[in-house]
Design a protein around this ligand. Structure first.
Ligand SMILES: [Fe+2]
Length: 362
């Protein structure tokens, strides 16, 4: 059984053939038609946690449906069996950025819970949403946030199917699959360039999204400072989302454990400032976290709270028996019966939950 997803933190073993692409990479980024890739310092921090007070139940239910629309459009785009429609990707990134501005909790808390056929595509959506909010936490511009979303949505399409297959089987990739995985970032960037993307920061973010600061990443094994800021943010978001997500053969890590592992195991590989932004922005109970209460109900964290420790309230999902709640209610976690006991996860086989009702109650 695999203990890690195929597209997670660690590079594939170096015995896989790694063509000498370093020189091609250097030549490619130096091309005249690729814009300046320098990473200028940016200012103006904007914390992730800023839910609009005006957001009502109807707004939140509507936001849930918007996320579904984004997921369905993304699925349809990737199912089209034609060249990726770049303008449609840009439009989807627009929608996601808009959603993340109005409903940041739902934008990062719900993708992992969507019942999408492809876990790999769902993962890309999740990374896009987290990338937007990480960029926001780090004070990057709306344009930068949009670029991160575009990069996340286009970083893996060529290997989504392979990732899903490996996840279903729980197998390690064979040599040929390993080679494909090792090269997918490069191929994705090449494909985007062929399709007309001329934004070097977008291309670099995609091409470098598996590179590590210490040179242990792939496909080029480049290191700090050659890795762009956008690629660092994307890498951190990618690893974080992979840690949290459920796969066919394993449950996602609880957020507290995921953060600890990121800081211990990935230290030196991932960018320190993006890790700090992640910890500060997401905390131990980010929206989307599933918890078990003292009365054995299973509930969902739907907000960030100022003290950043345990949430003040959660929304009930399942009764103590495991059946869905008849009506989703806010549970005050300061009351003994609703105190958070532990992290939990949803069982694989439960009747479909009324997610718009959950978010409307949030
Ligand atoms: Fe990837």
């Amino acid at each position: 059984m695999r203990s890690r997803p195929p597209d997670a933190a660690e590079p594939y073993p170096h015995e896989f053939p790694a063509p000498d692409v370093g020189r091609r990479w250097v030549a490619w980024v130096a091309r005249d038609d690729v814009a300046d890739a320098s990473v200028a310092p940016r200012t103006g921090r904007g914390p992730i946690r800023s839910s609009p007070a005006s957001s009502g139940a109807g707004d939140r239910a509507s936001a849930y449906h918007t996320l579904w629309e984004i997921a369905l459009r993304y699925d349809a785009l990737l199912d089209a069996h034609a060249d990726l429609d770049i303008r449609a990707i840009v439009s989807l990134a627009d929608m996601l950025c808009h959603l993340a501005r109005g409903h940041p909790e739902l934008s990062i808390g719900m993708p992992n819970l969507l019942d999408m056929p492809s876990l790999a595509r769902r993962h890309s959506l999740h990374v896009a949403a987290v990338g937007i909010l990480l960029a926001r936490e780090m004070g990057l511009t709306l344009e930068d946030q949009h670029l991160l979303a575009c990069a996340a949505l286009t970083m893996n399409p060529s290997v989504h199917e392979l990732q899903d297959q490996l996840s279903r089987q729980g197998n390690k990739p064979d040599a040929a699959s390993g080679a494909r995985l090792r090269m997918h970032a490069w191929h994705a960037a090449e494909t985007l360039a062929r399709l007309g993307v001329r934004d070097a920061r977008w291309l670099m973010a995609v091409g470098q999204h598996h590179e590590n600061l210490d040179g242990s990443g792939y496909p080029f094994g480049i290191s700090d400072p050659a890795i762009t800021l956008e690629a660092r943010i994307l890498r951190t978001a990618d690893v974080w989302c992979a840690f949290l997500s459920h796969r066919h053969h394993r449950s996602g890590r609880p957020p507290r454990q995921a953060l600890r592992e990121l800081f211990r195991r990935e230290r030196g590989k991932l960018d320190g400032s993006t890790l700090l932004a992640l910890r500060h922005g997401m905390g131990y109970y980010p929206p989307g976290t599933v918890v078990r209460l003292a009365n054995r109900e299973v509930a969902l964290v739907t907000r960030w709270f100022e003290h950043h420790a345990r949430p003040d309230y959660v929304v009930s999902l399942l009764q103590a028996t495991g059946s869905p709640m008849d009506e989703h209610r806010i549970r005050d976690t300061s009351r003994a019966e609703f105190a958070i006991r532990e992290y939990a996860h949803l069982p694989q086989r439960i009747p479909a939950l009324d997610w718009s009702g959950v978010w409307a109650a949030a």
